[in-house]
Design a protein around this ligand. Structure first.
Ligand code: NAP
Length: 259
């Protein structure tokens, strides 16, 4: 399917690895020029080089922490005039509800709620002026069904979801859509680190922890960054202009819901 977005330009935050990289690759595959970001410059340059070589699109890189005001300013400067924004950042650490204090919540809110809001505020007016834009926020299945050890993620991402529900209806008249993609378990470094925590806690190997978790997913496997990226690219396509303010689960059926 021709996604109809060749020649457009996208900012994909936190995209040297994992789900962000999957989104960057899929957009590049549709002919979209990119601004890519991550903190670590080495992996970022490696991924950017590979995408340039494979897809022939223009890729600009900004190595910085998107959760800081300085990082946001750097990225926003490089991304002026983008047509597509994919918001992403690392997830908050796991823990127990009674252990988190105010500072932990502020950090999680900064990373997973206020950072995407800052990018939307800065970059959506340009899209509205052009009468076309696409925003996809990478959130989590924890928005639909809480994950006990990820209370910081449950809280911050639900806050972002509320913001998107209201804001998406206000920008839709200008041809700009905002939607959220909710990953269940995908095979990325983040999943590895959560699995190694479980392995340590239970005294089992990481492969055993992974197999146990895969067995709880109706699809009996983890998702891939390529599948995730393809869904993101579709939401950014010409065909998705009538999809507004939605929260789309990509979880292999793991969240047991009727709707
Ligand atoms: P990942 O494999 O660990 O990749 C994270 C990417 O983001 C890397 O490129 C990393 O590069 C970059 N990054 C992290 N923090 C950053 C920051 N502050 N500023 C700029 N770049 C940053 O993670 P993932 O699995 O793709 O997860 C992406 C998001 O989806 C996370 O919020 C995660 O919690 C959420 N999620 C993932 C899953 C899953 O199963 N994978 C499930 C539910 C939700 P640097 O480290 O070099 O910055």
């Amino acid at each position: 399917m021709d996604l109809g977005i060749a020649g457009k330009r996208a900012l994909v935050c936190a995209s040297s690895k994992g789900l962000g990289l999957g989104c960057a690759e899929a957009l590049a595959g549709a002919g979209v020029d990119l601004v890519m970001n991550a903190r670590g410059a080495e992996a970022l340059e490696e991924s950017a080089d590979r995408i340039r070589a494979e897809y022939g699109v223009d890729v600009q890189t900004v190595a910085c922490d998107v959760t800081t005001p300085e990082g946001q300013a750097q990225v926003i400067e490089a991304a002026q005039g983008v047509d597509i924004l994919v918001n992403n950042a690392g997830g908050p650490p796991p823990g127990m509800w009674m252990d988190w204090d105010r500072e932990d919540f502020i950090k999680a809110l900064d990373a997973n709620m206020l950072t995407p809001i800052a990018f939307m505020k800065a970059l959506m007016p340009g899209m509205m002026d052009k009468g076309w834009g696409r925003v996809v926020n990478i959130t989590s299945q924890s928005v639909r069904a809480p994950i006990a050890v990820l209370g910081l993620s449950n809280s911050a991402r639900t806050g972002l979801t509320g913001y998107v529900a209201g804001t998406s209806r206000q920008v839709a008249p200008y041809g700009v859509t905002i939607n959220n993609l909710l990953p269940g378990i995908h095979a990325t470094d983040r999943a590895d680190s959560l699995d190694s925590g479980v392995a340590q806690q239970k005294g089992i190997s990481i492969d055993e922890a992974r197999a146990e978790r895969a067995a709880t997913i109706p699809a009996r496997r983890y998702g891939t960054r390529q599948e995730f990226g393809a869904a993101c690219a579709f939401l950014c396509s010409q065909h998705a202009g009538f999809i507004v303010g939605q929260n789309i689960l990509l979880d292999g059926g793991a969240t047991n819901l009727t709707m």
